[in-house]
Design a binder for this molecule. Sequence first.
Ligand code: ATP
Ligand code: MG
Length: 424
Amino acid sequence: MANNIQAIRGMHDVLPDQTPLWQYAEKIIREVLSGYGYSEIRLPIVEKTELFKRSIGEVTDIVEKEMYTFDDRNGDSLTLRPEGTAGCLRACLEHGLLHNQVHRLWYYGAMYRHERPQKGRYRQFIQLGVETYGMSAPDIDAELILLMDRLWKRLGIRDKVSLQLNSLGSIAERLVYRDSLVSYFQQHLEQLDEDSLRRLKTNPLRILDTKNPAMKDVVANAPELMATLGEESLTHFKTITTLLDNVGIGYEINTRLVRGLDYYSKTVFEWVTTELGSQGTVCAGGRYDGLIEQLGGKPNHAVGFAMGMERLLALMETLELPVEPVVDVYLIRVGEQATQQGFYLAEAIRNQIAGLKLQVDCVGGSFKSQFKKADKSGASYALILGDDEASRGEVSIKSLRDQQEQQVLSQTAAIEFLQIAFLN
Ligand code: ATP
Ligand code: MG
């Protein structure tokens, strides 16, 4: 016998018993986003490899070792998107959405990174991405944080996440800081691991992002970027923290927070949890004004974030959520005439009661065995159609959740009965 084919390592199926939780989270996410006036944008999953190299940066983990890159049949190098910011900006530039305009956008979908799979880290994972364009004032940075604060509350997990904030300053300020960081680490070369020695030449700020516990001390004593920021960057940052103070959102200023990607400037933030081991970042983002020019646009402003859905759902796993039944009414058919007529009766009911969840038994069997399935389906009512009822234009109805007697009604009266029962 041939071996069963299995899913690709790190890429998961979401089975029907898990989809209600996903749908619940997705519904609340949509509601919160629309409450702030955000619009959805839908983007391709595959982009030219060049787009990610130019935006994310050649010397980042993603571009160096995580991308799913392949040659198209005509020889173009394409990549499964590892994140959404680059594609979103590419689309907005391509369609002229950034010219003298302000946008608040979101997208939702699969991202691909060739990482070592473990809890909270997969090769295909779902992100909610939120991107805003055209706004330089710190209010929009703060709005994104308020929006997420509201989302955590709506989802019932506010106590499981906390906010970390930092400012990376302007690109010029970062260059100056970069030099002082390089000279600091050069005095402590013996404490750097292999990755960090390499980054010292390519992307020294990323050393601060190390997850190696042995380097904790050397990183803790490194000079702080915050201390070297100029007036404008500091004011921008201060405005955000004041807005957060005024609405009562707590945060920790983490001067080591640099983010993995190259394109951030000024604000960076992460929502973190202690409940998911080393996969502790659930949502991360910041300001990336410079990326627009890097991708060929005119100088402009951009702030955004991405949230990992699998990590979010892992935080929601322990919550008791309202369970909605998949089926409201289950139609049992026994006999040849009943089997035919029942099919059309079901359509007539669906025509008249939009939103009713009606399932027809398409396997058959005795009344008893179909009743068992009706019960198991979670439906509140069974409709029972035998040939006798069918020949008289009737149908029986039985409540599956209380002791009410089964009653025989004309099919028209049965529809009216259900209309009243499921009126909400
Ligand atoms: P990490 O430090 O955990 O690798 P990252 O900095 O690479 O995260 P981002 O690129 O900022 O992550 O992506 C934003 C969010 O997407 C993360 O905070 C996380 O919730 C989620 N995410 C990133 N990579 C993965 C992955 N491989 N599997 C599942 N979720 C992921
Ligand atoms: Mg990563």
